[in-house]
Design a protein around this ligand. Structure first.
Ligand SMILES: *Cc1c(COP(=O)(O)O)cnc(C)c1O
Length: 376
């Protein structure tokens, strides 16, 4: 089968391989069959392996939904009665976690920081010292809205010193930036299949500490569909999701994990880094500027400042590129006009070279002269 290959430079869903796409085409199967439960069991064990977890201590719990379902589930399920959440918030995705707390009426502290800076560990320590009722510390590893990477290992160490559970939204770093749930001091991490693992959307998972999930059995139940203990318990007893799983998406994830393990964590990280480097080179050749300093940037998202030219028109440039198989994405910073170029997915340096050729044409097509530097 000949499937058109699009280069997605948006922050997920990412460009997938044809083998992952085709893995969805399987004979119809009832997901209550043993054969499907076996697949789910393999996926759960594979996910624990990917984060270098300990199979006896850690577990992966799968859900049918996009990545935000994980944020919702962790917050509503892992907070004991009369305790508080601390959200270290320096971006759009931690703000989403604050909103989840607001919707459920969960007591929380919104530690709102600049979206351009990583948190000061001393400040986190001070807030925890002053608030002994915080039982859950939450942050985002890679703030996809900007490209900022947070120092989770340090924050996790502080959270644990105060006896709090540390939950990290790793949706846009897991499977791309090397991560070790134990070494990185994380109790619960999360992602969805369409991001770092380059599979299909519709399947999300939380990976974390079994004992902590078992302890949450008696915490207030704040959601029927989205409760971590209930889903975990059903998996443990039956090997199945409580409700209908995204069947074909699970087969695609199995294939994507095989390809992930074949490529290898370090090789894959190196590929994302060289794609990011090629993006920075392309921007610098065009004289375009970015927002997050390189030493604080994840290497997975570049937030590009709009060119300082009245002729600039994001939609026109987007449409020109889109028609030629390249997708660029708007920014998520309220104070600065940006668009984003991401290095997720099954792409490599030559795709970025091809993109910049088209991007330059797009700029020319709306009358922006590109002052290319030499060596282009
Ligand atoms: C993509 C993403 C999510 C989930 O977004 P969905 O649209 O629900 O898939 C959550 N957190 C981060 C950091 C993300 O990048």
């Amino acid at each position: 089968m000949n499937i058109k290959r699009n280069i997605l430079l948006n922050p997920g869903p990412a460009t997938t391989t044809d083998t992952v796409k085709m893995a969805q085409v399987v004979p119809d199967i009832c997901p209550r069959e043993k054969e499907f439960a076996n697949l789910m069991n393999e996926l759960r064990a594979d996910l624990v392996r990917i984060v270098h977890g300990d199979q006896s201590k850690h577990t992966a719990v799968l859900f049918c939904g996009s990545g935000t379902i994980n944020i919702d589930i962790c917050l509503n399920s892992l907070l004991p009665a009369a305790k508080k959440v601390l959200i270290i918030n320096n971006g759009a995705y931690s703000t989403r976690a604050v909103e989840v707390c607001q919707y459920y009426g969960l007591p929380h502290i919104d530690m709102k920081l600049s979206v351009f800076e990583t948190p000061d560990p001393l400040e986190v320590d001070r807030v925890l010292m002053e608030n002994p009722d915080v039982a859950l510390v939450y942050t985002t590893h890679h703030e996809t809205g900007t490209g900022l990477l947070n120092p989770i290992r340090e924050i996790g160490d502080i959270a644990h010193r105060y006896g709090a559970v540390f939950v990290v939204d790793t949706t846009s770093s897991l499977g791309m930036i090397p991560f070790d749930i134990q070494r990185d001091n994380v109790d619960f991490c999360m992602a969805s299949a369409q991001k770092g693992l380059m599979a299909m959307s519709g399947l999300s998972f939380i990976i974390g500490d079994k004992e902590m999930i078992e302890r949450s059995k008696d915490y207030p139940k704040r959601s029927y569909y989205c409760n971590l203990f209930l889903q975990y318990d059903f998996f443990e007893r039956t090997g199945e999701m409580h409700f209908t799983p995204p069947v074909q998406t699970a087969y695609a994830l199995k294939q994507a994990i095989k390809e992930y393990l074949d490529e290898g964590e370090e090789n894959k990280f190196a590929r994302h880094k060289r794609v990011n480097e090629a993006i920075h080179n392309g921007l610098s050749n065009l004289g375009l500027d970015y927002v997050i300093p390189r030493d604080k940037e994840s290497g997975l998202v570049v937030s590009v400042k709009y060119p300082d030219d009245p002729k600039w028109d994001f939609t026109k440039v987007h449409d020109y590129c889109y028609d030629r198989g390249f997708t660029i994405y708007p920014g998520k910073i309220s104070t600065t006009d940006t668009f984003r170029l991401c290095s997720f997915g099954a792409i490599d340096v030559e795709d970025i070279h091809a993109f910049f050729k088209v991007f330059k044409e797009a700029l020319n097509s709306i009358g922006i002269k590109t002052h290319l530097k030499k060596n282009d």
